[in-house]
Ligand binder design. Structure first.
Ligand SMILES: *Cc1c(COP(=O)(O)O)cnc(C)c1O
Length: 376
C-alpha cells in the first residue's frame, strides 16, 4: 500500500467512526456474558440474518471458505466428485471444492455480467458432477434462473457463493434464496463484515441445517455424541454481536454504494474505459466497482500517481493459478475470464467515500489517455 494515496481503496476506520458506540456496547456486553462460542448472540444473529435474506435457517461458521466447504459436504459432495463453478472467481471458492475432496470443473463467464455463463453450463456436467456453485461476483447476481433449471433437470444441488452478495437481488428476491444452500462471508471488507473472520450458511431445508450444525461442531448431535465426522468452524459470540449491530446498517450502506456507482456512471466518460453494467434482472449492491480497459496496468499507475488506490479482482483466473495447474487447462481455455483478468480494475467503493472523492476519481479517469500522456 502506498502511504501517499489520498483516496484509499477501502477504509474501515471511517465506518467505525459512525458506529463506535454501538460496537463498544455489543463487544463489552458479550465479554460480560462470559460465553464466547455457540451462544445467544450467535443464535440471535443467525435468525436475524436468515430473516434478512429470506431463508428459514441460518448457521454461523468460521469463514466464507468454510461456509462453502461445509455446504458442499452437507449436500453430499464426496472425494472424487466434480463441482462446477466459474473460472473468474476468488480462489477460496475453489479451495472449498478442493477441501471437500472434489475437483473444480470450470465454466467461462458472461462478458457483460462477468458471472457464470448459463449457456456454457450444461456442457460441463458429467456423471461425476455433484454440485453447481454459481458466484454472485462484485455484488451482482449471476443469472440464476437458467442455472437452477439446468441443475434441477440433472438433479444436482446448487450452492450459491454469496460472499460478495449481502443484499443483492435477483427478480425481486435476495441472492441466497435460490439454491439449496447459500454461503456468506463476513470478512471485514465485505458489504457486511465482522472485525475478524466469520461466515454463515443459509438454507430452507431443516435436515440440511441440522447437518450443518453438526458439521461445524465436531459432528456432535448432542454433547459428546458424534453422529457424523465433523469440523470445528463456528462464528464466535463477539463477531456475532458485532454483525447484529452492522446488519441494521446494511441497507443504508448498500444504498450509498449504489449512489456512488451512479455518480461514477454519470461522471466517467472515457472511450478507453468500460464501466460495469447493471443487468436488468436484479439489484447490484456494488461490493466492488469493476471497470475494464485494455490499458489496465498503465491506468492503475496513473491513478496511483494521482493519489488514488485501486485493486485488481482478480489478475489470474483459477485455471492459470499455479495451485490449479493440475486441472490441465491451458491459456485460451476460458477466453472471457482471461480477458477479464487482463483488463479489470476496481475503483474505490465503500459507503463512507465522499462525493468530492468520487468526483476527483472520475475526473482523473477522464484525463487518462493511454501511453502515459494525459490530456491536460
Ligand atoms: C471473500 C470470498 C470468499 C471467502 O470468504 P472468507 O470469509 O475470506 O473465507 C469466497 N468466495 C468469494 C467470492 C469471496 O469474495
Amino acid at each position: 500500500m502506498n502511504p501517499d494515496h489520498k483516496i484509499p481503496f477501502g477504509d474501515l476506520s471511517r465506518q467505525l467512526g459512525t458506529i463506535r458506540e454501538e460496537i463498544n456496547e455489543a463487544v463489552s456486553s458479550t465479554l460480560e456474558s462470559g460465553w464466547f462460542v455457540l451462544g445467544k448472540a450467535g443464535e440471535k444473529f443467525e435468525s436475524e440474518f436468515a430473516g434478512y435474506v429470506g431463508t428459514r435457517y441460518g448457521v454461523g461458521v468460521g469463514s466464507g471458505t468454510e461456509a462453502l466447504h461445509l455446504a458442499l459436504v452437507a449436500v453430499g459432495v464426496r472425494p472424487g466428485d466434480e463441482v462446477i463453478t466459474v473460472a473468474n472467481t476468488c480462489v477460496p471458492t475453489v479451495s472449498a471444492i478442493s477441501f471437500a475432496g472434489a475437483t473444480p470443473a470450470l465454466v467461462d463467464c458472461d462478458p457483460v455480467s462477468y458471472n457464470l455463463d448459463p449457456d456454457k453450463l450444461e456442457a460441463t456436467i458429467t456423471k461425476k458432477t455433484r454440485a453447481i456453485m454459481p458466484v454472485h461476483l462484485y455484488g451482482q447476481a449471476a443469472d440464476i434462473d437458467p442455472i437452477i433449471s439446468i441443475a434441477r433437470k440433472h438433479d444436482i444441488p446448487v450452492v450459491e457463493d454469496c460472499a460478495q452478495a449481502h443484499g443483492t437481488e435477483y427478480k425481486g428476491k435476495k441472492a441466497g434464496t435460490y439454491g439449496d444452500v447459500a454461503a456468506f462471508s463476513f470478512y471485514p471488507s465485505k458489504n457486511l463484515g465482522a472485525y475478524g473472520d466469520g461466515g454463515a450458511v443459509l438454507t430452507n431445508d431443516s435436515s440440511l441445517a441440522e447437518r450443518l450444525r453438526m458439521l461445524r461442531n465436531y459432528g456432535q448431535e448432542k454433547r459428546y455424541y458424534h453422529s457424523i465426522k465433523g469440523f470445528n468452524s463456528r462464528l464466535d459470540e463477539i463477531q456475532a454481536a458485532i454483525l447484529s449491530v452492522k446488519l441494521k446498517h446494511l441497507d443504508s450502506w448498500n444504498a450509498r454504494r449504489r449512489e456512488i456507482a451512479s455518480i461514477y456512471g454519470s461522471l466517467i466518460g472515457n472511450p478507453v474505459i468500460r464501466l460495469p453494467r447493471e443487468m436488468p434482472y436484479g439489484k447490484h449492491i456494488y461490493h466492488l466497482y469493476p471497470i475494464r480497459t485494455q490499458h489496465r496496468d498503465e491506468l492503475q499507475s496513473f491513478l496511483s500517481s494521482n493519489g488514488i488506490q485501486t485493486v485488481i479482482h482478480y489478475p489470474i483466473p483459477i485455471h492459470l493459478q499455479k495451485s490449479y495447474s493440475d486441472l490441465g487447462k491451458s491459456k485460451g481455455s476460458f477466453p472471457q475470464a482471461e480477458a477479464h483478468g487482463n483488463e479489470e480494475l476496481s475503483l474505490p467503493m465503500f459507503p463512507e467515500l465522499a462525493d468530492e472523492e468520487v468526483k476527483f476519481i472520475s475526473e482523473t479517469l477522464n484525463r487518462f489517455t493511454p501511453s502515459g500522456r494525459t490530456a491536460s
